[in-house]
Ligand binder design. Structure first.
Ligand code: ADE
Length: 224
């Protein structure tokens, strides 16, 4: 999968891709990541990318031209399946959407800043708007890192154990069951004895029951 991220703050996006699973996905060439500094597409020597709002009002607005120049250049080079704008008023990200996006070949992610982007960017250049939750971040970069992480870990070959993404919380609309590791007992806190029996059909059934129980207790809205 090729991911092009357009941002005014490229440094903010460096470290998430330099360690762990995201780095591995790039090293294995499963993900081809390109980060573009929006200021490189500015029209002036000051590398301006924002301006005051027409009609007055607090906060700067990201201008249409640098964004259009960057997206147009990329679109001239290849087809993009989605051009995503990260914004708190977009469609709420969930596991289902991450699954869908993980199947795409080429995507562009535009990170907003300041007050946001000129509406004409959203009307004419963007194909999908995504929010990572009902709160406002300073910019879209951290949201882009969250979005990329949730997508990339689902691409086959990225996680060592292929089944581990399938047993994540939300993957089947259920939360994950409790998990334990050594020691069997710590400060008198014991691991459920069934997990030590090696009776795998029974353990599987226990996990299903616990997943349902956790979902009913913590997120009943996930169950119809
Ligand atoms: N930019 C600012 N806040 C955001 C949010 N909650 N989701 C996505 N992008 C954002």
């Amino acid at each position: 999968m090729r991911i092009d991220i357009i941002t005014a703050l490229p440094d903010l996006l460096k470290s998430p891709f330099e360690i762990s699973i995201l780095k591995k996905s790039i090293d294995l060439k499963i993900v081809d990541l390109h980060i573009h500094n929006l200021r490189d597409y500015s029209n002036d020597n000051y590398k301006t990318i924002d301006d005051n709002q027409f009609g007055g009002g607090a906060g700067m607005v990201m201008m249409v031209e640098p964004i259009d120049k960057c997206i147009s250049k990329l679109k001239n080079e290849r087809h993009y399946d989605e051009i995503i704008y990260l914004s708190p008023d977009g469609e709420k990200l969930n596991q289902k959407l991450s699954n869908k996006l993980s199947l795409l070949k080429n995507i562009i992610i535009l990170c907003g800043h300041y007050k946001g982007v000129d509406q004409r960017v959203r009307d004419h250049l963007i194909t999908k708007e995504i929010s990572i939750g009902d709160y406002v971040l300073t910019g879209g970069e951290l949201a882009a890192a969250v979005l990329c992480d949730s997508i990339i870990r689902l691409i086959p070959g990225v996680l060592g154990n292929e089944t581990s993404a399938l047993t994540d919380s939300f993957q089947d609309d259920l939360l994950a069951p409790p998990i334990y590791t050594r020691p069997r007992e710590y400060k008198g806190w014991e691991v459920p004895s069934l997990l030590l029996t090696g009776n795998f059909p029974k353990i599987e059934k226990w996990r299903e029951d616990k997943a349902l129980e956790a979902t009913l207790k913590k997120r009943p809205d996930l169950i119809d």
